[in-house]
Ligand binder design. Structure first.
Ligand code: AMP
Length: 173
């Protein structure tokens, strides 16, 4: 089944800019059986982890993230690019290849006592997930795990995350 899921991920060369091999997960989303199986496989390592909230990173992290939250009986919290969330936010900046980017989360989204699963569709350099981790910790909540569909292992993103926190990625490239 993992092979069927991996075969459905489409690699688009030079999108959105030259040199990027973009991993397009939309063929998984459009296939009801593959989508269900993907969620089952991604959720299973966390069933007994006491996850109370899944934090999904804009924007593709919202799709599987919200489904994972439902599957785990947890709430879903969006982390968005600066300026998109309507209520009071906390912010965190991180370095990109060229320049900086800023992500935000609602100030009241998490509280001390929450155990959080950080989710995105793809981990590349890990900068976004590391910034998401700092946002979660600022609230007093605990990061209980990282869950990605795809790990671009050649970029070593995992090494930028907390080594003491469990890490799962269904597909490796
Ligand atoms: P990162 O470098 O790990 O901070 O990734 C930045 C964001 O871009 C994350 O939301 C990733 O999901 C996304 N991303 C980075 N590289 C790719 C890629 N090759 N294909 C699809 N999404 C990507």
């Amino acid at each position: 089944m993992i092979d069927r899921i991996k075969n459905a991920v489409r690699t688009i060369p030079d999108f959105p800019k030259p040199g990027i091999q973009f991993k397009d997960i939309t063929p998984i989303l459009s296939d009801p059986k593959l989508l269900r199986e993907t969620i089952n496989l991604m959720a299973s390592p966390w069933k007994k982890a006491g996850i109370t909230k899944v934090v999904g990173i804009e924007s593709r992290g919202f799709i599987l993230g919200a489904m994972l939250a439902d599957e785990l009986g947890a709430g879903f919290i969006p982390i968005r690019k600066e300026g998109k969330l309507p209520f009071t936010t906390i912010k965190e900046s991180y370095e990109l290849e060229y320049g900086m980017d800023t992500i935000e989360m609602h100030i009241d989204a998490l509280r001390n006592g929450d155990t959080v699963l950080i989710h995105d569709d793809v981990i590349a350099t890990g900068g976004t997930a590391a910034a998401a981790h700092r946002l979660v910790e600022f609230t007093g909540a605990r990061v209980g795990g990282y869950s990605f569909l795809v790990d671009l292992t050649f970029l070593n993103g995992r090494t930028r995350l907390d080594h003491d926190v469990p890490f799962e990625a269904l597909l490796q490239y």
